[in-house]
Ligand binder design. Structure first.
Ligand code: YH5
Length: 263
């Protein structure tokens, strides 16, 4: 899964606006490098990021979703927590939803339940402790693996209760979302516990600050660490890796799977 952030700071047109064609170019590049899924998001959920309104988010993502869907043979994922953005994105042709708030926003469960009838749209439920603006301020857990697992289990139950079949659900422990480096390492080490649920697991480790801390490196110098983390996650059963560096990750995974499936 290649990351496509549609925010003015990622695809500036030189001013305060973003350029749709620059975003599309990036999507074409990632597809060419072997991305099976492109995750399109119009709201930054990085630590400290400010929220944006639904109108602005729609203005950013809808034109890009339409074009990617028309031009590329990839699965289009909409990265949002807002029910109105989910619905508009799915109507515009998105194939799946990636929600860092695990459908906790009022109305989100209902929108995803609606898309049961029309077609079975997959949804990724991610764990987050707190809110992006403040989540890295001293997160505390007694047993991070058990607590994240229990939370996701509760969200799966809420989905099933709302009419969203378990077969549609992808689980994600949410690396870096309200977690210290020790929490992130424990979650990666024990990632197989999430795979054992039978639901596919998505892992987002690419360039994240846990790697930065271990390597003492800024985001642009975290590629080799990201590749190691991607292979470790795959080995523990992750089925989808959300990454910035598609070609490098695909190559690392080719080696991993050649060994995994060798006799
Ligand atoms: C995720 O894990 N992450 S946005 C800080 C960085 C680098 C990257 C430089 N959306 C996930 O990618 N959705 C994000 O420091 C996500 N799982 C799912 N499902 C954060 C991000 C990043 C943040």
């Amino acid at each position: 899964m290649g990351i496509l952030n549609i925010t003015p700071d990622s695809f500036s047109d030189g001013g305060d606006f973003f350029s749709i064609s620059a975003a599309l170019q990036r999507a074409h590049a990632m597809a060419g490098e072997g991305a099976a899924i492109i995750d399109i998001g119009g709201e930054s959920t990085r630590p400290g990021a400010q929220a944006v309104g639904a109108e602005e988010e729609l203005r950013r993502v809808i034109p890009v979703i339409e074009k990617v869907r028309a031009e590329l043979p990839v699965i289009v994922s909409i990265d949002t927590s807002k029910p109105e953005v989910m619905r508009a994105a799915l109507d515009a042709g998105a194939h799946m939803v990636n929600d860092v708030r695990a459908l906790e926003s009022p109305g989100a469960l209902e929108v995803m339940a609606e898309f049961n009838q029309r077609e079975s749209v997959p949804v990724c439920l991610m764990h987050m402790r707190g809110e992006p603006r403040t989540m890295q301020q001293n997160p505390v857990y007694t047993d991070v693996v058990a607590e994240v697992r229990d939370y996701l289990g509760e969200r799966v139950s809420a989905c099933e209760h709302a009419g969203i079949a378990r077969e549609r659900i992808i689980l994600d422990p949410g690396f870096g979302f309200g977690k210290t480096i020790a929490h992130n390492l424990a979650l990666l080490k024990h990632l197989a516990q999430f795979s054992r649920s039978g639901m596919p697991v998505l892992a987002g480790l690419s360039r994240k600050s846990m790697l930065g801390e271990l390597l003492d490196a800024p985001p642009q110098h975290r590629l080799y660490g990201s590749l190691a983390a991607a292979v470790l996650a795959a080995e523990r059963g992750a089925r989808i890796l959300r990454v910035h560096d598609v070609r490098a990750t695909v190559e690392a995974l080719k080696i991993y799977s050649a060994v995994e499936y060798a006799n």
